[in-house]
Design a protein around this ligand. Structure first.
Ligand code: MN
Length: 325
């Protein structure tokens, strides 16, 4: 179950051999009938896994009860957003003029670069909303790249009782054609009841396994639904088993340690306090930097007030064992 504050729950033995379990905290997304998400990144014990800097997991929500998702136009800078659904449908409108339906099993990757704005609303035909929203930090040399939007539907591949959908990077002989600015891995794994699968990994990557459903063990360590297991670089395999009588589902994330310190605030990723202040001012002043979203019925989201303190980089701890190549 989600706990109120993100913490390292168990598994950190300092050897680097075991996985570390990161708990989720419940965060209201906002809106008139706020939908609650389970956030595992960032948290005190970990800011990034590769360039993955944000992980929200939600549902299955009966949207007749929760009101679903209704996020008014808001800006992003310095990052890419990944929308990945298990069920339901979300209408995405952005300041590139993209008007897309986000559907289960389909990658929608939006590049904020210097600046973009978008809205996200679950469609009227949606009854159950269930999925993840992930962000990728852009490396310094590309963080002011042009805004972009990409869509990709990965073919499922079977491996030892698992069905894999590789939406970014390479796994099990499958490579996503979607361009990224740092090496990344992003995949959905569905595991049959009782299945055990050993994944071959890039030893230069660190990995995260976010469990949606199932009785999951990762290299022998139990990972409960909504928890994120972290595996330090240096591994060539990871074995995932499902002890449940029903099928399990998880999201696998990976990438080489990011190596840059980032400043994250609201919907912005920068490098300094001044980067964030400028982005906030530009949004509040309706600068062309973020463009304009057509197709949303309502006002755009105002930025919250900045904290009084100077924003400082979030420090990412060294992986357990401290060995990073
Ligand atoms: Mn967004």
């Amino acid at each position: 179950m989600a706990v109120e504050s993100g913490t390292i729950l168990r598994g950190s033995d300092g050897s680097g051999a075991r996985v570390e379990i990161l708990g989720a905290r419940n965060v209201p997304l906002g809106g008139p009938r706020a939908m609650t998400v389970r956030r595992t990144l960032p948290q005190r014990g970990r800011t990034l896994i590769g360039a993955w800097c944000f992980a929200d997991h939600y549902g299955p929500d009966d949207i007749a009860a929760t009101g679903g998702m209704d996020v008014a136009p808001h800006p992003h800078t310095g990052l890419q957003t990944v929308s990945w659904l298990f069920s339901g449908e979300i209408e995405h409108c952005d300041s590139l003029g993209s008007h897309a339906l986000v559907r289960p099993g389909e990658l929608n990757l939006m590049t904020g670069g210097s600046g973009i704005s978008h809205s996200e609303v679950s469609t009227s035909g949606t009854t159950t909303l269930h999925g993840v929203q992930l962000w990728v930090a852009l490396p310094d040399e590309h963080r002011n790249t042009a805004r972009d939007f990409q869509h990709h539907v990965p073919d499922p591949v079977s491996l030892d009782g698992a069905e894999l959908r590789v939406f970014l990077g390479s796994l099990a002989g499958v490579t996503s054609p979607v361009r990224t600015f740092t090496p990344l891995l992003g995949a959905e794994l569905a595991l049959a009841a009782g299945a055990s699968v050993t994944l071959r990994l890039d030893a230069g990557f660190e990995h995260g396994i976010l469990v949606d459903a199932g009785d999951i063990h990762v290299d022998g360590t139990a990972v409960r639904p909504a928890e994120l297991a972290y595996a330090a670089p240096g591994r060539t395999t990871l074995t995932v088993t499902n002890g449940a009588r029903e099928s399990a589902r998880l999201i696998l994330l990976g990438g080489p340690p990011f190596g840059e310190e980032i400043v994250m605030w609201w919907n912005f990723v920068g490098r300094t306090h001044e980067d964030i202040v400028r982005a906030r001012d530009d949004w509040q002043n309706a600068s062309e930097r973020f463009g304009h979203v057509e197709g949303y019925d309502g006002e755009r989201l105002p930025a919250p007030a900045l904290p009084h303190a100077t924003l400082t980089p979030r420090r990412n701890p060294s992986p357990p064992g401290g060995q990073v190549r």
